[in-house]
Design a protein around this ligand. Structure first.
Ligand SMILES: [Zn+2]
Ligand SMILES: [Zn+2]
Length: 410
């Protein structure tokens, strides 16, 4: 890791003229951004089904001079929209998310991520195309299925981040944070196969797959004592027999394990969790099949220089951020995978103080006036951040000096 830190780095600021240009542009486009947010909010689409949202966003980007590629990276609802100033300069990416949650709609507020990110793209494009504007290329990446589908992983695999100097986005929450750390996460499924028998007449002829599942959960419970504080392991039994008078011949556990360090997660914790299931199978005589149950999300690699620029941008829009938090948010996002490949930042914007996402309360708030304020402020904050980087390529060099290439997962 480089020794360059935010405290030893002097970051250039955006000029008053540039700030003025962005604010004027926001005044012109504000209604369009709010309409976009409301339309996506009103039509929640779950992972990989975001046809309406991705079409709405690409139509708008195309109408504002971006060259749109869709489908993208083999995903029907992913896209890449590019604006090239025609002059040399940094290549920056703004990530958009727009998938909803099952049952509760936009309880994670991705309508705000999409519309604030769209606004940031349009404002930054106005900066790039203005008289005396900076050079460079802006890439807007529409990434579907953040909620469990890992839409950013095929985008990374496609090589489309090669040459990107930095990637930015923002996420709504209950506080303004200039940066957020997250946990890496792996998901597993254990399927136990035993032998059915009459539970009253001939239990001795059966092999109880549910016993293997219960024993696995007990072993996992003990494992939780022997791990570091950042580790989270959650399990559910999704199948465990169909009738009480039949020894269950099949049982299924779904499990997730999280830790901050991705290598520790993959090389140490995941095998230990798998051994809980293997040991339980051995003890009961059942067979166990172990498979990955979805993509691995990697923890966010912090970037102190990007964080400092976001912090300054938040100050310019009059939002007070929480003091830098050392504790890790015990959730996960596929933006973490992006941050292992290119310098990236995932700030949070407050809807109302203390709001918990993935709730019906959040669903309602992100479609109302509090959500609207986050769309407009978020668009301006991200546009200021991107414009600072375009205006000052030396800041991009500082961003890269604090970046260490991490791991990739397929
Ligand atoms: Zn979420
Ligand atoms: Zn989210």
């Amino acid at each position: 890791m480089s020794q360059v830190t935010a405290s030893t780095t002097s970051i250039p600021s955006l000029s008053p003229e540039d700030e003025d240009l962005l604010r004027k542009c926001l005044a012109d486009l504000g209604d369009l951004l709010l309409e976009t947010s409301h339309q996506i909010h009103a039509r929640p689409e779950i992972r990989f089904e975001e046809v309406f949202a991705s079409t709405l966003l690409t139509d708008t980007l195309g109408a504002h001079g971006f060259v749109v590629e869709k489908p993208f990276a083999g995903l029907a609802t992913a896209f890449c929209a590019t604006y090239d100033s025609g002059r040399p300069g940094p290549r920056l990416a703004i990530f958009l998310e727009y998938d909803a949650l099952p049952d509760i709609g936009h309880g994670c507020g991705h309508n705000i991520i999409a519309s604030a990110g769209l606004g940031a793209a349009l404002l930054t494009r106005a900066m790039l195309s203005s008289d005396g504007g900076p050079g460079g290329t802006l890439v807007v990446i529409g990434s579907p299925a953040e909620e469990g589908g890992g839409g950013k992983l095929p985008i990374i695999d496609s090589g489309s981040l090669d040459g990107v100097d930095a990637a930015i986005m923002l996420h709504p929450s209950g506080e303004n944070l200039s940066a957020m750390r997250t946990l890496s996460r792996a998901a597993l499924q254990f399927t136990f196969t035993g032998r059915a028998a009459h539970a009253g007449v001939s239990p001795h002829l059966g092999i109880n797959a549910l016993d293997a599942a219960v024993l696995t959960l007990n072993a996992v419970g003990l494992l939780r004592q022997q791990v570091t504080d950042d580790v989270r392991i959650h399990t559910i039994i999704t199948e465990g027999g169909n009738a009480t008078n039949i020894i269950p011949e099949r049982a299924v556990i779904q499990a997730q394990v999280r830790a901050e360090d991705p290598q520790t997660l993959l090389d140490d914790l995941k095998p230990r969790l798998e051994n809980c299931a293997r040991g339980a199978a051995l003890a009961t005589g059942a067979d166990v099949e172990i498979r990955n149950d979805g993509p691995v999300y990697l923890s966010i690699q912090p970037n102190p220089v990007l964080e400092q620029i976001v912090e300054e941008s938040y100050g310019r829009i009059g939002r007070k951020t929480e003091p830098h938090r050392n504790e890790v948010y015990p959730g996960s996002t596929d933006m973490g995978n992006v941050s292992q490949v290119v310098p990236a930042i995932h700030p949070n914007i407050e809807i109302v103080p203390g709001l918990g996402m993935h709730s019906r309360e959040a669903t309602e708030l992100v479609g109302g006036k509090h959500g609207d304020a986050a769309v407009l402020d978020g668009a301006l904050m991200l546009a200021m951040t991107a414009s600072t980087l375009f205006r000052h390529p030396q800041a991009v060099e500082q961003v890269q000096a604090t970046f260490t290439e991490g791991i990739r997962v397929g």
